[in-house]
Ligand binder design. Sequence first.
Ligand code: ADP
Ligand code: MG
Length: 399
Amino acid sequence: MSSFRTLDDLGDVTGKVALVRVDLNLPMKDGSATDVTRVEAVKPTVLELADKGAKVLLLAHFGRPKGQRYSTMSTSFVQGDVEEVLGKEIMFIPEVMGPVVEQSIGILGNGDIGLLDNVRFWPGEEANDPEFAKGMAAHGDFYVNDAFSAAHRAHASTEGLAHFLPAYAGRAMEAELKALDAALGNPEPPVAAVVGGAKVSTKLDVLENLVGKVQHLIIGGGMANTFLAAKGVDVGKSLCEHDLTATANRIMDEADHAGCTVHLPYDVVVAKEFAANPQSLRTCNVHEVAEDEMILDVGPLAVEALGDVLKTCRTLVWNGPLGAFEIEPFDAATIALARIAAALTQDGSLISVAGGGDTVAALAHAGVKDDFTFVSTAGGAFLEWMEGKDLPGVAALKA
Ligand code: ADP
Ligand code: MG
């Protein structure tokens, strides 16, 4: 793995100012956060720096203010949540540079924590304006990026700062990069990838990247229908992108050349309406889907066969549910395969890395989120990494 500096490479930081990019873009309801996972993720980094005697300045975005100051999008709204998770009082600083920041640093003692305002209030952030980055950098002695979820953006606080200050990966960033490297960068073969979800069109680049890197490509979800249709299967009323059948065929050809086996379901769970436990529910062979039926999940025989595939693999990377898992019983295949992967991981025979908004929800629903080797909550950044893209925020950390 290309090397990057971590907190282990910091010397004595007593009294030094750390500019720490974190993800505090918390989901909110009625003025308070509904989920503080993102704060918990950066807690080790923030407390480690504070314990080492640094003055820690947290830098984050919150919502989409598009370069203007909106009182409703101030990071002060999450101050209380951050304090609660860290178990420490922090100082809110309503700027990201200038005299107010300078004075606040003077007030902070060693080991104290300050929270700067929403960095996206300033247009220089998203424009990655070097002058803006330089202005922020002037207040810090070093820069720590602990926000992998924002690393696919080349913004001043996610990329630009690394050009003006010594840059380090925080603990969450470090864990994420190690896990992703173990899953696709330098994985132990054989490698299986599960790609599910609604549409092929949103995951074309993911599929293109994976066929050259994995030995088994397991396609489920709505996108499997497009692949089945490309093979001449009548998928009835299923969600299917008929205009992408040529693309699907090309991906299958590429897989063939690369020695990657593409697994499509051969039995499926279908219904005539998209509702919980509908009257019309049945399981059938893919060749028996009626014209008024929709494929809503992978069938039990296919899941069993996929479980056998996973048993032969050392590494698994998973993005996208196998079925319309939000509605019962179309969560069955995702739950069953996730539990097999979790058990293999716990036995020590499989390294399993998963990510994606709905994927994380589905794994939590299956009760196995903590049994995978690593589950990324990064969303867009995780997907771009699965597409094989260089993430600017990660590239900037490389020594
Ligand atoms: P992630 O957020 O993990 O990247 P996606 O957003 O790509 O995953 O896919 C999740 C969505 O795919 C879910 O809303 C799920 O209902 C839908 N889906 C999965 N299988 C099917 C199917 N057979 N038909 C319609 N929708 C499906
Ligand atoms: Mg999604």
